[in-house]
Write a protein that binds this ligand. Sequence first.
Ligand SMILES: *[C@@H]1O[C@H](CO)[C@@H](O)[C@H](O)[C@H]1NC(C)=O
Ligand SMILES: *[C@@H]1O[C@H](CO)[C@@H](O)[C@H](O)[C@H]1NC(C)=O
Length: 835
Amino acid sequence: MSIRKIPTSVNGKVRLWIAFLWFCYVAHGQMRYSIPEEMVKGSVIGNVAADLGIDVKRLKSGRARIAAGDSSRYVELNTDKGILVVNERIDRETMCKKMTLCSFSIEIILENPIQLIEVEIEILDINDHAPTFPNDEINIEISESALHGARFMLDSAYDPDVGINTIQSYSLKPTDNFVLKQETRSDGTRYIEMMLQSPVDREKQEDLSLTLTAIDGGHPPRSGAVKINVKVFDVNDNAPVFTKKLYRATVLENSIKGTLVTTVSASDLDKGVNGEVTYAFRQMSETERGVFEIDEKSGNIYVRGSIDFEKDKRYEINVDARDHGGFTDSCAVIIDITDVNDNIPIITLTSFTNPVSEDALPGTTIAVINVKDLDSGENGQVNCIISGDSPFAIKWSIKNYFTVQTIKMLNRETDSEFNVTITATDEGSPPLSSNKTLHIRVSDVNDNAPVFERPSYDVRLIENNTPGVSIFTVKANDADCCQNARVSYLLEDSEVNGVPASSLVSVNAESGVIHAVHSFDYEKLREFQVKVRAQDAGSPPLSGNATVRIIIQDQNDNAPQILYPIQTGGSLVAEMVPRSADVGYLVTKVVAVDVDSGQNAWLSYKLQKAIDRALFEVGSQTGEIRTIRPVSDKDAMKQRLTVIVEDNGQPSRSATVNVNVMVADSFPEVLSEFSDNTHDKDYNDNLTFYLVLALAVVSFLFILSLVVIISLKIYRWRQSRIFYQSNLPVIPYYPTLYSDAGGTGTLPHAYNYEVCMTTDSRKSDFKLVGPSSQNAFIMDPSYAETMALGKDEKTLLAVSDIVSRQILIVHYIIFFFLLLFRISRIVCVFHVCHV
Ligand SMILES: *[C@@H]1O[C@H](CO)[C@@H](O)[C@H](O)[C@H]1NC(C)=O
Ligand SMILES: *[C@@H]1O[C@H](CO)[C@@H](O)[C@H](O)[C@H]1NC(C)=O
C-alpha cells in the first residue's frame, strides 16, 4: 500500500528499485517511503515502528517526534500506532515543479536514548493536471491565395504533470485543409505547426474553425483543447457576374427625372473592396445618351432626360459591371416605353367655304379638317364632335379627315353667323381634347320680301293742306341684308274717282314719305286710298304692298249759308205778325246750312240785333223766331231782327240774316206805312226811271241788231254766189270754254274769301247774290264779241241771231223787274238803308 511499484520506463524502474532497497535495508536509522501526491490528511504513509523494528512503547517512552524542518508540516507521527500519516495536502507540482524525482526528508527524534531516524518521503506524480494551452483560442489569418505547404506555428500546450502524465500527443481536427506537424528543434525542444495542405477559398468558407487537442499519457488520459480560428483573407479572384443576362423594364413616357426604371445587379464573390462592383453604361448612341443614368454603386437605372414615346419606343442599353480588379461582366437592359396620352389632337383646317349661302341644301360640305394625334393606340384614336345645337355636323370621311356639313336649311335672317366649335377627343385615359372654332358666316339670298309695318295705314289729313306737304311715312322692312334689303317705294297705278292716284299723292322712293300733290278739299273728297309697293333691290326683286287710306278731315272753312229768308237786292220780304199774336207765335224760321261737317256744321242761332229784344227770341237750335210776349199796340209796326248763325268750328264762322217783321193786322196798314216813306218814294221813282231808260236802250239795241241781221243776210246772198265758185275750206272756230282758270278751281275759293272779309254788310249781301248773275252777264258780251270777230259770215249770222234773241230776253227781264218793282210797292218793300 505504501510502497508503490513504479511502472513503465525501465530506466526509472531500476533506479527507483535500487534506491528503495538501499533505504530499507542499508540504513538502520533511515527510512524511505513513497506516496502519491494529493493524499488526504490522515492517510497512512508508513508504519515506522514496524519498519524500523522499534516497539511502540519505545516510541512513547522515547517521546518520539518529528524534528522541525522545512517539510515537517506535511507529515505527523502517530506514536500510538507507530505510523506516519499525512498532515497536509502534498502537491508534487508545487513542491518539485517539473523535476521528475520529488522527495523530502523528515527526522524523527527519540529520547532515552537519543535516536535519530531519517525518513525520506518520495512524492509520486499522479495525473492530476490536464494539458492546458496558454490562450483560449488561437487566431490565425490566412490569405486565400496562400499556397500549399504554408506553415503556421501553434502554441504548445502545458501539462505540469511529469512523466507519462504529461503531454504525449496532439491532434488537429478537422484536417480538410491543414495537417499538424510536430517538429523538434535542433536544441531538442519540440513545437507544433499547422501546415496548409489544400488551398482555402474565402468564397466558400471564410472562417475555418479547428480544434487542437493535446493529450497526456495518464490513466485515464487527460486532454486540453484550444480552438483555432482561421480567417481567410480575400483575394480578388472572382469576376462580377450579373444575376441576369437580360433585364426587361417598362417605363411610362414623360416619367420625371429620377424615376427608377430597374436595378441591375452583378454579384462578385469576392469580399470587401474586391467584391465591390461598379456599374456603367457601355457605348451609347447619340439619341440614347442622356435619357437614362445608372447609379454606379447600386445599379439603379433612373430616368435622366425626357422620354418621348413618339421618338423612341424602346431602348436597349448594355451595362458593364466592373470590380476593382478589372474583372467585368455585362448585361443588356431592354426598356420598353409605355405610351402616355400626352399629345393633344391637332386640328388643321384643310379647306373652308366661307361664307355659306343660306340656300345651301342640307349635306353641303363646308369645311374639311384634318386631325392628328401623335400618340398611338387608343391614345391616338380621335373622335370629333360639334357641340351645341347648330345646323352643322361633323362626319368622318377618310383616314383622319373629317368634313363639316350642313344638316338643316340655314336662314341668315335668324342666324347670320355661327361659331362652330369642333372638339377632337382621343380615347386615351384620361382623354385629351382640343378645340377649333370655325366662324361660319351665312351669305344672304333674296328670300324675304319687304313687309310694311302694317298692311294698311289710315292717314288723317286736314283739308286745305299746302300742296307738297308730307302726309305720312310708310316703312317696309326687309329681313334680308344689304342689296337684298334695300327697299324703294312706289305708288301703284290706281284711280281715285276717275283721276290717277299719282295726281293726288306722290311717294318718295327712298324715304317712303307720302306727299300730297295738291290741297284737298274735304267738301269734295272725303277719303281715298292708294296702294304703295315696296320693292327690294335683290335679283329677282321681291316686293310687298300696303294700302294707305287717306282720310281728309274737315276744317271749318265754310260759313253757314242762309237758305231762308231769301235776301234779295235792297229790300226783303217781311214776315207779318198779327197784333193779336200770342206768346210763342212762330214768326218765321231761319234756315241755314253749312257744307262743313260735324262740329263745323253744327249751327246755332242767336238774335244779334233787334229793335225790341223783349219781343222775339230765336231758338238756338231750331232757328225758329217766336214771340216771347204778347204784341201790344205800342210795338212798332216795322221790326227788324238780325239773326246770326254760327257754326261750332274752331274758330267758328258765322253768317247773319236780317228778318223784317211787320206787326200789322191787315195788308192796307202795311201799304200805308209803306207810302208814308217819302224817301222811299223818291228812291223808287229814280229806280223806275232807270228801268224805263234801260228798256229804251235795250229796245234800241234790238232794232239795231235786227238791221244788222237783215243787212248781213243780204250780204251773204251776194257772197254765196262767189263762194260756190271758189272751193275755199271752211275752218270753224270754237272758243275755249269759260272754266276755272286756276288748277285748283280758284273761283269758289276766291268767292269764299271775299265773303269772309265782308260779312254782315249790305254790299256783301249784294255781292253774295251777285256773282252768279254777274257771270252770266259777263259771259254774254264775251260770247258776242267772239262772234263779231268771226270771219265767216254764216257764223256771224248765227251769232247775230243769238244776240238778238238775248237782247230780247234782257228786254223781257228788265220789263219784268219794272213790273215787279211796281208790285212790290203795293205789297211791302222798304229801303234797306232806311234803318
Ligand atoms: C363668334 O365669335 C366672335 C369672336 O369670338 C364674336 O365676336 C361673335 O359675336 C361670335 N358669334 C356668335 C354668333 O356667337
Ligand atoms: C299685295 O300684297 C298681298 C299680300 O300682302 C298680295 O296678296 C297681293 O298680290 C299684292 N298685290 C300686288 C299688286 O302686288
